[in-house]
Design a protein around this ligand. Structure first.
Ligand code: ZN
Length: 317
């Protein structure tokens, strides 16, 4: 029997790319962050050849990374809990209905309980809480501002997913109510079916849409650059988007007494421009809550695989 530490692989499966890397058994403490980030590698997702082919290639990717212990996988989608079957995934429809953990355990000859599969927002949150902006913080919510708004909740250092795995979907919190006269703004109708979800107002996609509607540059990085350089309509728009985001945080804080939010995703890099609006929204209520800390995520696109690997490490405990 070999006594060397096992290699625990984390994978973050996206619609176009799979990011991956490894940590070693025993690294639950505080591995070197730079060294861990430097282990990030990627491969194309390539859905053309179907689910079996993708699962074979995921297993091959894990083997190349040295996998000989537990494996963690993040996937954008909704899972059946308990059980872990992928119920819905807008970008990975070909995998719907599959128990991805069982499929990978089979291919890698691992015990099923050592393959941990979770929503991509949850694994990213766990990654940031372990080695990123939330390191050392026991209670936080992470929001990922991208095409939509992903979110994860950590309570007492543990991810909280709720009895059916769908807790803390902050992006689908309704922050703009449906007008009683039925004259709704079609842009605010969410993919989930509800009206006025936070992600229809404050995701990167929403920001692009709102910039277009205001006659401003729809290239978000350009827009933010102008907003940073001078006062004007660009800065005002980002204030308004921040204010809407703040409405979501206000509601979330009222329910969960959240004291720390980690903000990630491409649009999250403009947190400095959103913060004035967020703070203005939060200042509307005085209920004795400590103003929550707003921290920019620090692990970037590596947060997902790192959190997935940490989840897999936990399965050894
Ligand atoms: Zn929604």
């Amino acid at each position: 029997m070999n006594d060397s530490p096992r290699t625990v692989v984390g994978l973050d499966l996206g619609g176009t790319q799979v990011k991956g890397g490894f940590v070693l058994e025993g690294e639950q403490g505080t591995p070197d962050v730079e060294q861990t980030l430097a282990r990030t590698v990627a491969m194309d997702t390539d859905l053309d050849a179907g689910a079996d082919d993708l699962l074979d290639r995921l297993a091959g990717f894990a083997r190349e990374l040295g996998s000989n212990g537990p494996l963690g996988l993040g996937v954008p989608g909704v899972f059946e809990e308990p059980g872990g079957r992928l119920l819905r995934s807008a970008n990975l429809k070909t995998l719907e209905g599959l128990d991805l953990g069982a499929e990978l355990a089979d291919r890698l000859d691992l015990p099923r309980e050592h393959v941990c599969v979770d929503n991509d927002a949850n694994v990213a949150t766990y990654g940031e809480q372990w080695l990123g902006a939330g390191s050392g913080i026991q209670d936080l919510i992470m929001l990922t501002l991208g095409t939509g708004i992903g979110s994860g909740l950590v309570i007492d250092g543990q991810l909280y997913k709720g009895p059916t795995g769908k807790a803390a979907e902050v992006g689908h919190m309704v922050v703009r109510s449906l007008p009683a006269n039925g004259s709704e703004d079609p842009d605010l109708r969410c993919g989930c079916g509800a009206y006025g979800c936070l992600e229809r107002l404050a995701s990167a996609s929403a920001a692009i849409r709102r910039a277009g509607a205001a006659g401003l540059d729809t290239d978000l990085s350009q827009l933010c650059e102008v907003a940073r350089a001078q006062p004007g309509p660009e800065r005002e728009l980002l204030f308004e988007i921040g204010f809407d985001l703040g409405a979501g945080l206000l509601a979330t804080t009222a329910v969960l007494d959240v004291t720390c939010y980690v903000i990630g995703g491409g649009f999250g890099r403009s947190l400095d421009l959103l913060e004035p609006g967020i703070h203005a929204a939060l200042a509307e209520r005085d209920y004795g809550h400590v103003p929550p800390r707003l921290l920019p995520a620090t692990l970037g696109a590596s947060a997902g695989w790192i959190g997935a690997a940490r989840m897999a490490l936990d399965s050894l405990d």
